[in-house]
Design a protein around this ligand. Structure first.
Ligand SMILES: C[S@@+](CC[C@H](N)C(=O)[O-])C[C@H]1O[C@@H](n2cnc3c(N)ncnc32)[C@H](O)[C@@H]1O
Ligand SMILES: O=C(O)C(=O)C[C@]1(C(=O)O)C=C[C@@H](O)C=C1
Length: 243
């Protein structure tokens, strides 16, 4: 019922474009927005659950950082045993309220601790899995290394980080292809030229993508022993990083 609200937020050409915010309007349309904006989103979320299944044994604790309405949280819950728990964190009140409403309607709420907080200030302890699904890109660049270091320190032996990001397109023709195809993906999903352009402007100072190389360099600097890219669709990518 919740998940059928159509995203037409950027179709209204009223006033100047404001910087993108995860407010109540975005929360209301978010499932439709993310599905029509991120190629491979459903696969990314589904495979994250399968990764959880491998690393989260009995009693394990997982963290879903920047959980929005909890797609990854629910994917983890579906794939793991009844005593595996998830700490789901988002600093947007509308997202946490939406998540709580969904959980109450669907599942065993005792498996999930929801926190309306900044992921830069929460404790991360004894984690088997930490997920940053399209979240690090919204954290100021200068704070990214510190956050990854705290995540690394909070992982148990055998624990892993899933990092999924929109990445900065490379210079030249390769980058041009990725950008054009992402716009084609949005057009094919019914977004207008106006909506595509206004959202691009709204995200400009808010979602700061970095290159693949920069992300991999930082994962190593944060102390992860290794990482592997396990997903890419156009300019969206995910890594698994281990300690
Ligand atoms: C693109 S959405 C993530 C999508 C979600 N992980 C999923 O799989 O559907 C980014 C989320 O990160 C949250 N966020 C951004 N910066 C944050 C921060 N510093 N602390 C907590 N949440 C943050 C936003 O409120 C937003 O809900
Ligand atoms: O629409 C885009 O171009 C996006 O970058 C998609 C993106 C993201 O990557 O986080 C941006 C904001 C949304 O709420 C959902 C997805």
């Amino acid at each position: 019922m919740h998940d059928t609200v159509i995203d037409d937020l950027f179709d209204r050409a009223v006033g100047p474009v404001r910087p993108f915010e995860f407010d109540a309007d975005v929360a209301r349309v978010f499932p439709d927005m993310v599905r029509r904006s991120v190629p491979g989103y459903a696969e990314l979320v589904g495979l994250s659950g399968l990764i959880a299944r491998r690393v989260a044994g009995p009693g394990a604790r997982c963290y879903d950082l920047g959980c929005s309405l909890g797609a990854v949280t629910r994917s983890i819950l579906r794939q793991t045993g009844p005593d595996v728990s998830v700490v789901a964190v988002d600093n947007a009140p509308a997202m946490i309220e939406g998540l709580q409403a969904r959980l109450a309607a669907e599942t065993d709420v005792t498996r999930v601790e929801t926190l309306c907080a900044d992921i830069q200030s929460i404790a991360i302890e004894e984690a088997s899995l930490v997920v940053l699904n399209l979240t690090l890109q919204f954290v100021p660049i200068e704070a990214r290394l510190g956050l990854l270091q705290r995540i690394r320190a909070g992982l148990m032996p055998g624990g892993v980080l899933i990092l999924a990001e929109k990445f900065a397109s490379p210079e030249g023709r390769a980058g041009d292809w990725l950008i054009r195809l992402h716009e084609d993906f949005k057009r094919a999903n019914g977004y207008s030229e106006l909506a595509i352009a206004r959202k691009r402007t709204a995200l400009e100072q808010v979602l700061i993508p970095e290159s693949l190389e920069e992300h991999e360099r930082r994962l190593a600097e944060a102390g992860f022993a290794g990482s592997v890219r396990w997903f890419q669709s156009l300019n969206f990518v995910a890594w698994l990083a281990w300690i």
